[in-house]
Design a protein around this ligand. Structure first.
Ligand code: HEM
Length: 369
């Protein structure tokens, strides 16, 4: 009886869903100029059909939808009463991120999806756990020694690898995928700053080397690959048509969940080894300035090894695609604005000239700002 009732309810629902998904998919296949994404939810299914048709391009789709809405805000509905608010409205952002911050925790659903990878790191923490990490991070990022360490790491990656690579590409006239190169550049930087590890995602610069700029992958890419897979597969858990389906796959160790388990094990194992060897080095009096060492020195007693690992992984995630996406967009926009490029060049030249004259005026003093 129960099966018959379930079939009676589910068959029309699935048929309805299939029709809406097909319609949403066909709409999506139209040329962008013809396409007007539907912003209103469907009865019973909410925004699920549009979501399924667009989940391979979620950011583009949401950008198109938000641009159509007068409040730049979408209340995203899925079957079973699952709702979320997606907004690009500055007033709403101000309200959520600042004015009423405590009313908007990430919440248990978000935490459950990301816990395997991020544990209780800052990106997956609420309440006191979040506050404590936030306070410690703000303090550490404002210390002079960490700032100097960041400046030195970035300088060496820029001059030792990134610029030589661009020079080789320019010299040989070969094409370079700037986004990929900037991702590698950002990952090398953030790994050095977070735990003084060099994943060597960009090759060492040797201007006399050949023009093989496309082969930027280097020997120690397994950690970087595992990290990228763990981040992407964790994000994929948000994209299931049936929200908790990943838990079944996880319990059965199937498909993407099996790959996620393997990549997380690799990332965690790697981080754990670094934390253990850092403890030994520090107990022998060795002083280091990366973020992990600073956290260990200042909060070492109150942080377990797992907590330290969670801190480091959240920072790696924070500094990875954010920086590279921002730089990629920056150069893309700049390429269409020669007037802005000229003004930036002029400003850089003026600052350099001023610094040179300051150094000449005060022999022996070098500006570190
Ligand atoms: C252009 C580059 C970056 C952009 C656009 C960016 C953007 C953001 C945004 C929008 C948030 C808020 C996220 C949220 O609360 O849901 C955030 C949080 C955060 N970012 Fe960045 N970020 C960038 C680079 C970095 C770097 C390089 C680091 C450090 C290594 C970093 C560390 C953090 C941390 C720790 C948080 C969490 C803060 C918190 O929860 O209070 N970010 N970032």
């Amino acid at each position: 009886m129960a099966i018959a009732l379930a079939a009676f309810l589910l068959i029309p629902l699935f048929s309805l869903g299939a029709v809406f998904v097909l319609r949403a998919w066909r709409l999506d296949k139209k040329a962008p100029a013809q396409r007007t994404p539907r912003t209103r939810p469907y009865p019973l299914l909410g925004h699920l059909p549009q979501f399924l048709a667009n989940r391979h391009r979620v950011l583009d789709w949401l950008t198109e939808v938000l641009a159509l809405l007068p409040t730049c805000t979408l209340v995203f509905r899925r079957p079973g009463g699952v709702r979320g608010v997606i907004t690009a409205n500055p007033t709403n952002l101000e309200h959520i991120m600042r004015a009423s911050f405590d009313n908007y925790p990430k919440g248990p659903r978000f935490a459950a999806l990301l816990h395997d990878f991020l544990g209780r790191g800052i990106f997956n923490a609420d309440g006191e756990a979040w506050r404590a990490q936030r306070k410690a991070a703000s303090y550490e990022f404002n210390t002079r020694s960490l700032r100097l360490f960041v400046a030195r790491s970035v300088h060496s990656e820029l001059h030792g690898r990134f610029l030589p690579l661009l020079r080789r590409a320019a010299g040989s006239g070969s094409q370079l995928n700037l986004q990929d190169t900037l991702e590698r550049y950002a990952f090398d930087n953030i790994c050095r700053v977070a735990f003084d590890h060099d994943p060597r995602q960009l090759p060492d610069g040797d201007d006399s080397a050949g023009p093989e700029v496309e082969s930027t992958a280097t020997a120690s890419s397994s950690f970087a690959d595992a990290f990228r897979d763990a981040a992407n597969l964790s994000a994929g858990r948000f994209q299931y048509a049936v929200p908790g389906f990943w838990m079944i796959k996880k319990a059965l160790n199937l498909g993407s969940e099996r790959r996620l388990r393997e990549s997380i094990a690799m990332v965690h194992g790697f981080a754990d080894r670094i934390i253990r060897s850092r403890r030994e080095e520090m107990s022998m009096g060795c002083e280091k300035h990366d973020l992990l060492s600073r956290f260990m020195a200042n909060q070492g007693e109150s942080y377990t090894e797992t907590a330290l690992r969670d801190v480091v992984i959240s920072f790696l995630l924070a500094g990875r695609e954010t920086t590279s996406s921002a730089l990629t967009w920056f150069f893309w926009l700049l390429s269409s604005r020669p007037d802005v490029e000229r003004r930036i060049r002029d400003e850089v030249a003026a600052v350099r000239a001023a610094e040179r004259s300051a150094i000449t005026a005060e022999p022996g003093s070098i500006s570190t700002s």
